[in-house]
Design a protein around this ligand. Structure first.
Ligand SMILES: Nc1ncnc2c1ncn2[C@@H]1O[C@H](COP(=O)(O)OP(=O)(O)O)[C@@H](O)[C@H]1O
Ligand SMILES: [Mg+2]
Length: 322
């Protein structure tokens, strides 16, 4: 072997090593035959779903159809009765593989309602996963990473030292997003991120999600019933009904099916409005979203509430924030 080949091999080996650290397969999430039950209440019956790497997958379904339970199963917080779940090539449902602990550092989650710690500042919230997974990182570097994630989420630098109660609903969502991004995840789970936001705030959050997906190369599992979100940023949409994923595809593909729930949902008055709005107004919306982003900066001075809800509980875990 020539010296030149040696060097080439070494470089290729190093490059492969780098790539191997990130999941390079086509399907970062594969769910097969999932069964979830609470007592007699069957939530999922033989549910299967495959997520493509790099896509934003919208997940829709009526209230209580098990969207959040599905997400919790995928991230290992809900142990299913049957079925298999693979995330980033690793089994979530297999028995106690020690290696599974650090797989949690490769995804970020924005739970329904945000679930920030109310007694911690935004920056401290962002630092929680860093402390858990990388205790060896020194304080100053950790603060620096947190500040960077806060800004990446479209919050002004000053927001880092605010408490959740001092922030508007839209800013809390961004703070939750900053925390979800704290460990540079490959996968981002968002559970109804625009619920409770006004349409402009929701459009701005959508745009941010899309930008992050593109620039960071994320795969996004996005539970929503916001039709605008589905039209604007989702590559495909999975529909949960009758305890299963009844269809998955682009919106035109879904519209071509004759399932009554899908037809009602996408072709009902709200679906049509979202479709028209998308056809008419991407530019207008983007412009409004920029204004909403700017408004975030003035927001924090206007709406600051007292910071003394020192309950030590999660901020508004049930969701439905204003
Ligand atoms: N920990 C739990 N114990 C019992 N029932 C639950 C639990 N979590 C969720 N459920 C039930 O499972 C169903 C699906 O819930 P969920 O996934 O939160 O619905 P959604 O699609 O609105 O997110 C609901 O009927 C809910 O009441
Ligand atoms: Mg839910």
């Amino acid at each position: 072997m020539t010296a030149r080949q040696d060097i080439t091999n070494a470089v290729e080996g190093a490059a492969l090593g780098e790539v191997a650290a990130h999941f390079a397969g086509p399907h970062p999430i594969v769910v097969e035959g999932l069964v979830n039950r609470f007592g007699d209440h069957v939530i999922h019956e033989n549910l299967s779903l495959t997520v493509n790497r790099g896509e934003i997958l919208g997940v829709v379904g009526g209230s209580g159809t098990g969207k959040s339970v599905l997400m919790r199963s995928i991230i290992g917080l809900q142990i299913p009765q049957a079925g298999s779940i693979e995330v980033l090539g690793r089994s979530i449902t297999g028995d106690g593989d020690e290696g599974d602990v650090d797989i949690r550092s490769r995804w970020g989650v924005l739970f329904q309602g945000g679930a920030l710690f109310s007694t911690l500042t935004v920056a401290e919230n962002v630092e929680v996963p860093l402390k858990e997974f990388y205790p060896e990182i020194e304080d100053e570097l950790r603060h620096e990473i947190a500040r960077y994630k806060v800004m990446l989420s479209g919050l002004p630098a000053e927001a880092a030292s605010k408490y959740p109660s001092e922030l508007s609903g839209g800013m809390r969502k961004r703070a939750g997003l900053a925390r979800a991004l704290s460990l540079d995840p490959e996968l981002l789970f968002l559970d109804e991120p625009t619920a409770g936001l006004d349409p402009i705030g929701a459009a701005a959050f959508d745009r941010l999600t899309k930008e992050l997906q593109e620039t960071l190369g994320l795969t996004v599992f996005l539970i929503t019933h916001d039709l605008d979100t589905l039209y604007e940023i989702c590559d495909r949409v999975a529909v949960i009904a009758e305890k299963q994923v009844i269809a998955v595809g682009t919106i035109p593909e879904l519209l071509a099916t004759d399932h009554p729930w899908i037809q009602d949902y996408f072709n009902g008055p709200r679906g049509r409005a979202a479709q028209n709005s998308q056809e008419r107004g991407r530019a207008v919306k983007a412009d409004q979203a920029v204004k909403a982003d700017q408004a975030v900066y003035s927001d924090q001075t206007g709406t600051a509430a007292s910071a003394d809800d020192a309950s030590g509980t999660m901020d508004n875990p049930a969701g439905g924030e204003a």
